[in-house]
Design a binder for this molecule. Sequence first.
Ligand SMILES: Cc1ncc(C[n+]2csc(CCOP(=O)(O)OP(=O)(O)O)c2C)c(N)n1
Ligand SMILES: [Mg+2]
Length: 914
Amino acid sequence: MHASLSQLAVGQIHEVAMALHKSLNTLIEFPVKPEADYEEEVSEWIEAFDQVVDDEGANKGAELIGALVQHARTSGVDVPVQLNTPYLNTIPASEEVPYPGDRKLERRIKSLIRWNAMAMVHRQNKKDPGIGGHISTYSSLATLLEVGFNHFFRASYGDEPGDLIYFQGHASPGVYSRAFLEGRLTEEQVKNFRHELRETPGLSSYPHPWLMKDFWRFPTVSMGIGPLNAIYQARFMRYLEHRGLVAKTPRKVWAFVGDGETDEPETLGSISLGSREKLDNLIFVVNCNLQRLDGPVRGNGKIVNELEASFRGAGWNVIKVLWGTDWDPLFARDKSGLLLKRMEECVDGELQSYKAKGGAYIRKEFFGKYPELLALVEHMSDEELHRLTRGGHDPQKVYNAYLRAVQHTGSPTVILAQTVKGYGLGSAEARNATHSEKKLADQALSAFRSRFDIPIPDEAAKDGSLYRPSDDSEELKYMRERRRLLGGYMPTRIPKPIEFTGPPIEEFAESLAGSKGRGVSTTMGYVSMLRQLLKDPKIGKLIVPIIPDEGRTFGMESIIRQVGIYASQGQLYKPHDQDMLLYYREEKGGQILEEGITEAGSMASFTAAGTAYSNYNVATIPFFTYYSMFGFQRIGDMVWAFADARGRGFLMGGTAGRTTLSGEGLQHQDGHSIVLASTVPTCHTYDPAYMYEIAVIVHDGIRRMYEVGEDRFYYITLYNEDYPMPEMPKGCEEGILRGIYKHREAANGKGAVQLFGSGPILNEALRAQEILAEKYEVAADVWSVTSYNELRRDALSTERWNRLHPGDPEKKPYILTVIEGSAGPIIAATDFMKVVPDQLSPWLHDRLVTLGTDGFGRSDNRQYLRRHFEVNAESIATAALSRLARDGKFDVKRAQKAFEELGVATETQDPAVL
Ligand SMILES: Cc1ncc(C[n+]2csc(CCOP(=O)(O)OP(=O)(O)O)c2C)c(N)n1
Ligand SMILES: [Mg+2]
């Protein structure tokens, strides 16, 4: 080397640094081409660099480059950050290990799976047009899955459950097809793909544990949810291990992700958690078939490069599997570097066209750009050029990538596998419309059969008949043996029974006893209840408190002190508040999952914890406490998937109520999460007013979910308004759980009006009761309605029974049995939308008058908010009088005057539209 760094101009340093980068072969894009003047100088530097690598090894070379770049940067030279490596396989052919399986047999098995997957979808659409199904996703994924099934996916590790696999949802026909060959699904089931409502049980379109509870574990088909849940699953696995709740095993979480799916913010949004937590138990496989539903994923760019940069930047181990073995000799022979250059020049739209248009086109358009490349392939036919394989279809390449991934330590791995959408589907291969291809023409079916050597007659091929060789065929024996060695079939979901006894109701004594006149909020009460549960000798350790950076909002500092925040590395710093009682305690065995500001991530943790009974045989009980507005509204689709996954646990919607949360305004004030919660079939929603109500609900919830084993979960609202919590009256447990009980009868025992209240608005109803009695001599009964949703579900199911049994005596919905004998109108007031109580209209008919908080919130205080939304005591009282007046039970003039006396404006605009 002649010139020293200090002698070079800044521009020259840049040139040299970039040239050396390129020579290191780790960074490819070369934004500033060396000018001719420097060429000699650059080659001298490279020569010197090569010398260092030759003499002292690659590590020394890397150090040198690192030092050079660092120096250039500190000297003010803007060396661009480059995160892409050459558009080549990460693992060079020279470093590959040989394939350990029987390639020929595995190919035959894969062909049979391909055939049956395709036949399943094709037949169904032939006889039931429009029933749908997808063949092109699996056709691109087959090798990626098969190498896993034959060599990597472990069903168990001794007594411990094995790997957890998130399958690309649209590839389900391939997964079914394998299970069919394994003899786990019958021909009848396969023939009833997407016909699960007919006589023989069928197969659901996509992975749904709700519909196929012995088979699927993870709902993935809503794009983005699978990958996000997989990241948090891997983290939760570590959490269980660190807390000693499961044994440490080499088990992995595999997530198969579509390249189009990476557009979803959920897919990439949390990848940094993977590296921060060093989740080397996590492997993403992105099926880069370069297409999504409508067309190319990045027609004008390269999705692989984009993802490589994102994942590498986030600290993941990235393994690219781009080209098949048949490219290796071409690369070996190409001394000009033009083959790589040509690959790097191509955008994905072109790569797709090459596969769609065939060999002659590839010769002309791809190789034809440079005469040297044309010469490189002159010995190959067009057909051979067309068949040049993409890496994700080559078992040898895929095996090596998986092997590296499972051996890698210290960070998660992503495998970016280049594939062809619709692989093997002839004219549907790599076409924009291929995603929606559901049927093949007769001729395409025959071609498919011939290409993959399916031993069935032509006629049967045209019908798309299923084909399963005999049980003692080589293929099936091989499949079974491979799975036996890997611990069993997958996917399966057969939770083992878990011994579990919930805490006795006495453990909730503090909540049941009330606050002895002290003003407390249900949030505060809940936090003390949770602290108590955490101390339970049997189930305390199973409780998983989850909070998205709202611990202090909910007064949970004491819990942080009590059980600590889970931190995989422990606490590497002295917290500034360590001298204080309630210091910020992080530790390896900590119990709280403090997720930071991510409701989606927290929900993913809730999902991992709420399904741990089925994935790890551990009945963890998650309590996810969050700002109620940012729950269902923000991450409702994840809640839906949680229900599908048969998740169990408690969603605790804090700072609920559009008028109870004061000061925060429109974006925070929740008046509708209960409406959204009502849409999830296994979600049981409660809007309690008192601590004893919460205690009864949680006590029973733990019993039902974990002792009885019901697939249900709870949404419970929590409020921040302080008021005295009464002691539990006798005999109200059933009412609390079913949704309503009488809370305070009219003083004279003859209520002429019924006031329904929920949450803190129950206090307004109680105050209205007093106003009505004292000022207007109207007697009213007050009821606590803990759940309109539960009351409606009960009424709907009773009504259904009545409809289906016209000859039998009519049954009564619970709500009617409860209010039977009560007199007068019912004024129902809630801090949620009017539609919440209105759910009971069909049964309460014209007795029901609803007051609720429809419309956008404001940031004022409770008093003004309740007046604005007309849910304060005065509004409740006037609503009662107004209704009584219309019914001819109260003087109209007096009713009109009452509005004035109580300060309820009558001519203002409706808050619902303000
Ligand atoms: C949240 C969500 N939005 C839209 C869809 C509809 N959808 C189903 S498959 C698909 C394209 C998938 O492309 P990609 O992820 O690349 O998978 P491929 O089939 O190409 O393997 C879309 C948009 C969905 N399933 N989920
Ligand atoms: Mg795709």
